[in-house]
Design a protein around this ligand. Structure first.
Ligand SMILES: C[S@@+](CC[C@H](N)C(=O)[O-])C[C@H]1O[C@@H](n2cnc3c(N)ncnc32)[C@H](O)[C@@H]1O
Length: 256
């Protein structure tokens, strides 16, 4: 029988914790510096309780932990959580604990956290509106949402090509949301956006497909879609000869 989405997420991510720990795209980026600044400016006494939803190998948790009282790193993948536990211990970050759960249903009481955060994960969530409502439930009144994710394109032609190569590369992909979709989803969940910024992220083809163990058949399909894409798509996604391309990553800072 075909796996359901949660099983697909597990099979895509669970064997890849080390790859995500070492991934250049995930281990660095302007967003990590900016996120640390936002947290230390908004919670200057480092007394806040944070949650990192879809923590993966933990890069956002490791960045925010020094500016927080505690961080709960949440992910459905046991091996991602084991990696976070191990690396947090190596880094001496004793205020990080891990918890196995999905964004759509988290075993926390209402209004527990000063900041609910997530990075490079929401495009895998089966029910993003429900997950955002869950994040709104567990954040304190007037608490913050920090959301970082790759973005869809407002132009439907470009967006269709982008989502197509994403799902061919990774069967657990659901949707990269455009800035206007994010604004609506966050408002519907009860968050008001304070700021949004975005920047170009270049994805080198080889590590991008290797990280997800994309099959040769699927790689060939991606290359066909890229090769046959209309000129405006090739330009918007800056598709290179070897399949490397660029898309935007967005950071949202919003308030409950
Ligand atoms: C690309 S990794 C995350 C990267 C990480 N946040 C970082 O900053 O490096 C995506 C993670 O989202 C997790 N994930 C997928 N679906 C999820 C869901 N519904 N709820 C929470 N996490 C989910 C996966 O298990 C995976 O570990």
């Amino acid at each position: 029988m075909q796996a359901n989405h949660s099983e697909t997420v597990q099979s895509q991510f669970d064997p890849q914790a080390q790859a995500y720990l070492q991934s250049a795209v995930h281990a660095a980026g302007p967003d990590l510096l900016y996120a640390a600044d936002l947290i230390s400016q908004s919670l200057p006494d480092a007394a806040g309780k944070l949650v990192d939803v879809g923590c993966g190998a933990g890069h956002l948790s490791f960045t925010l932990a020094p500016a927080a009282a505690s961080v709960v790193a949440v992910d459905p993948s046991p091996s991602m959580l084991a990696t976070v536990d191990r690396v947090a211990a190596e880094k001496g970050l004793g205020n990080i604990r891990t918890l196995q759960a999905s964004a759509e249903s988290m075993p926390f009481d209402d209004g527990q956290f000063c900041v609910v955060a997530s990075r490079y994960s929401a495009h895998h969530w089966l029910d993003l509106p429900a997950a955002l409502k869950e994040m709104r439930r567990i954040v304190k009144p007037r608490g913050y949402l920090l959301m970082i994710d790759v973005e869809g394109d407002e132009n439907p032609l470009v967006d269709t090509h982008l989502q197509t190569i994403e799902i061919l590369r990774d069967r657990s992909h659901i949707r990269d949301r455009s800035p206007s979709e994010w604004a609506r989803l966050m408002a519907d969940a009860g968050f008001s956006a304070i700021e949004h910024q975005s920047w170009i992220t270049r994805l080198a083809f080889e590590p991008w497909v290797t990280r997800m163990r994309t099959s040769p058949e699927r790689i060939a399909m991606i290359r066909t879609v890229q090769r046959e894409a209309p000129a405006e798509v090739k330009q918007a996604l800056a598709i290179e000869d070897d399949g490397s391309f660029s898309m935007r990553t967005g950071l949202w800072w919003a308030r409950a």
